[in-house]
Design a protein. Structure first.
Length: 102
């Protein structure tokens, strides 16, 4: 059964930025949108494994810093015409604290 893990305070994730956490599943990037939504993706672009956490957040997606691939936060899918996907992880914010489901 998956459990919720307390990760950090919401303020510790930069607006339109990311924070990386280590897990048994590897590096997970937590992204914060301009509207304070938080999403979690595997920190590895489906193209050549670039660090998505170092990419540019725009709306509900991130652009990989290596080759410009865009990946959607909701489903981890590359935005067309690119193809591929990364793992997504459930995340919630309660009273300003971010929790990740592993």
């Amino acid at each position: 059964m998956s459990q919720w893990r307390k990760v950090c305070a919401l303020e510790e994730i930069p607006v339109l930025g990311a924070r990386v956490v280590e897990s048994e599943s590897g590096r997970i990037a937590l992204f914060r949108t301009a509207g304070d939504e938080v999403f979690a993706l595997a920190d590895r672009c489906p193209h050549h494994g670039g660090p998505l956490s170092q990419g540019i957040v725009c709306g509900r997606q991130v652009t990989c810093p290596m080759h410009g691939w865009r990946v959607g936060f909701a489903d981890g899918q590359a935005i067309a015409p690119d193809e591929g996907a990364v793992a997504t992880f459930a995340v919630k914010v309660e009273a300003g604290v971010v929790f990740l489901q592993l």
